[in-house]
Design a protein around this ligand. Structure first.
Ligand code: AMX
Length: 429
C-alpha cells in the first residue's frame, strides 16, 4: 500500500480521537509554566503535540513508538545490507506502521521518479558568491523549489481544508526525493568540480547519496542510511522541527516551512555542534600528537571548561542519558573501523568527559549527544569539510519535519500563536 492510501485508511480514526479528546478533555490542565521556563527557553513546557516521535529523557528517541535499535532491526533492508531503507523509515514516520519490503520499495521508487531537480536550482546556487556557506546554499535551494509547490497551487485554486494534507504529502515526497541530489551538488560546487550529480535508478535513497558523493567504500552507503534515519526527527520542540512547524502553521508550504527549519539548524547550539565536536577531537589530537592518556584528556577537558567554553557533543536540553543516536553510530564505527585514532579518542572522551562535567556540576546531562560522534564517522569516509556536516543533518531532518507537517494539515492544526507578557507583568505576578 502506498503512503497516501495508508494515511487515508488511518485518518478517520485519528480525526475522531482528536475530536473526542478536545470535547472530553479540552479544559484539562497538563502542567503549569513557571517564570523560569518563560525566561528559560521554554524548557520542558509541555505545549506541543507530535505522534511522529517522542524523546524520553531517560531513554532517548522513539520513532512512532519504536526505539532506535528496534527501528534498525525491524525496518526492511536492501539485500546484503545491514542498515534499512530510508524509504521504510519515511513510511513508518508518516503512517505509524512498520512497512514490509514492498511498502518500503514503493517509497524508494516514488523518490526515484520525483528525484529530478530543475536546472534553475543549480544555476541559482552557481551564481552565488564562492564563499557562500553550504547551509545558505541548501536553504536557498529548498526555497527556490517553492515554485513547484502543489499545496500552494491547489490552495490558491481553492480546496477543502480536510484535503490540505494531500498536496502537502505530494510536496513532501517531491522535496525529500530531491534533497540527496541537492546536498551532493552543494558538496561538488563548494569543494570539487561543480558537476551535477546523476541519480542511479538501481540504488536506494541512501546508497544513491553515497554514490553521488563519489565514495567508493560500501560502508558509506550503510552509514548514509543509518545517519539519515537517526537524524530524521527528535520530537517537536527542537529548533529545526519547531521552526518548520511554526512557519507551516501559517499554511505556508513545505518549501517555506522547511527552509525556516534549516535556518534554525544552522545555529551553533543546534546543527553546528557536530562540526564543533569533531573540531575539538582534532584539537586534542593536535595537542598530543596521538590519542592522549586518560589523565591528559581529563586535564585538557578542564582547560576547555576553564576557558569558558562548552564541551561540544555533550549535554542535552531534554535527554538525561547517553543519546541512543550516539550509541548507534559508535557501535557502527567500532564494528567497522575500531583502530581509527579518532574513534579511539571519541571512545575515551565518552569515558572521561561525563565524569568531568559531573564534577563541574553545571550540565544537567553530562552524557554525549548525537553530535559527539557524527563528524568522526564522516571524517573517516573522507567528508572532511566541516561546514558541510549540517547539510547532511538537514537532509535527514526533512523526513521528520515533513511527516509532522503532513499530519498537522491532516488534523487541521491551527496557526501557532502563544501569548507574550512583559517583564513588569511577570514582576508583578
Ligand atoms: N559543556 C560545558 N557546559 C555545559 C555543557 C557542556 N557540554 N552542557 C551544558 N553545560 C552548561 C550550560 O552551558 C549551562 O551553563 P550556564 O548555567 O553557565 O549557562 C549549564 O550547563 C546548564 O545547561 P543545561 O540546562 O544542562 O543545558 P541546556 O538545555 O541549556 O543546553 C545544550 C543544552 C545542548 C545546548 C548544552 O548542553 C550545550 O551547549 N552542549 C554543547 C553543545 C552541543 O553539543 N550541542 C548539540 C545539541 C544537540 C543538537 O541539537 N544537535
Amino acid at each position: 500500500m502506498n503512503i497516501k492510501e495508508k494515511i487515508l485508511e488511518k485518518l478517520p480514526e485519528m480525526r475522531s480521537r482528536v475530536k473526542k479528546l478536545l470535547i472530553e478533555k479540552g479544559d484539562h490542565v497538563i502542567d503549569y509554566v513557571t517564570i523560569g521556563q518563560v525566561y528559560g527557553g521554554m524548557r520542558n513546557s509541555k505545549v506541543l503535540v507530535s505522534d511522529i516521535s517522542y524523546v524520553d529523557p531517560e531513554e532517548g528517541i522513539r520513532f512512532r513508538g519504536y526505539s532506535i535499535p528496534e527501528v534498525l532491526e525491524k525496518l526492511p533492508k536492501p539485500d546484503y545490507a545491514e542498515m534499512p531503507y530510508v524509504g521504510g523509515l519515511y513510511y513508518l514516520l508518516l503512517t505509524g506502521e512498520i512497512p514490509n519490503k514492498d511498502d518500503a520499495l514503493i517509497v524508494e521508487n516514488d523518490w526515484l521518479i520525483r528525484s529530478q531537480v530543475p536546472g534553475y536550482v543549480f544555476e541559482t546556487l552557481k551564481n552565488l558568491p564562492e564563499q557562500t556557506h553550504p547551509m545558505t546554499l541548501f536553504t536557498l535551494a529548498v526555497q527556490s523549489l517553492q515554485t513547484q509547490s502543489e499545496f500552494s497551487r491547489q490552495y490558491h485554486e481553492g480546496m477543502k481544508k480536510e484535503d490540505y494534507w494531500i498536496p502537502m504529502l505530494e510536496d513532501s515526497l517531491n522535496l525529500t526525493a530531491k534533497l540527496p541530489i541537492i546536498a551532493a551538488y552543494i558538496y561538488n560546487l563548494k569543494y570539487r568540480n561543480g558537476e551535477i550529480p546523476i541519480v542511479d535508478h538501481n540504488l536506494d535513497w541512501g546508497a544513491n547519496f553515497a554514490q553521488m558523493m563519489c565514495i567508493k567504500d560500501d560502508g558509506y552507503a550503510e552509514l548514509a542510511r543509518l545517519y539519515f534515519i537517526i537524524h530524521s526527527d527528535h520530537e517537536s520542540g527542537n529548533v529545526s522541527a519547531h521552526a518548520t512547524h511554526l512557519v507551516g502553521s501559517s499554511l505556508a508550504d513545505i518549501y517555506y516551512a522547511f527552509s525556516a527549519g534549516l535556518n534554525g539548524l544552522a545555529g551553533p547550539l543546534h546543527g553546528l555542534a557536530n562540526q564543533e565536536s569533531l573540531g575539538w577531537l582534532l584539537d586534542v589530537m593536535d595537542e598530543f600528537g596521538r590519542v592522549p592518556t586518560k589523565e591528559q584528556l581529563r586535564e585538557y577537558t578542564w582547560k576547555t571548561l576553564e576557558s569558558g567554553k562548552v564541551i561540544p557533543g555533550y549535554g542535552h536540553a531534554v535527554l538525561r542519558v547517553p543519546d541512543p543516536r550516539f550509541t548507534a553510530q559508535m557501535n557502527f564505527a567500532k564494528k567497522r573501523f575500531p583502530k581509527d585514532d579518532l574513534v579511539k579518542l571519541a571512545d575515551l572522551v565518552f569515558e572521561v568527559v561525563p565524569q568531568v562535567l559531573k564534577e563541574q556540576g553545571k550540565a544537567k546531562n553530562p552524557a554525549p549527544n548525537v553530535d559527539a560522534i557524527t563528524g568522526t564517522l564522516q571524517y573517516y569516509y573522507g567528508i572532511r569539510e566541516f561546514d558541510f556536516y549540517t547539510v547532511l543533518f538537514g537532509v535527514g531532518r526533512a523526513l521528520g519535519v515533513s511527516a509532522n507537517l503532513v499530519w498537522a494539515r491532516a488534523l487541521g492544526q491551527p496557526l501557532e500563536r502563544p501569548k507574550s507578557l512583559t517583564t513588569r507583568m511577570l514582576e508583578e505576578s
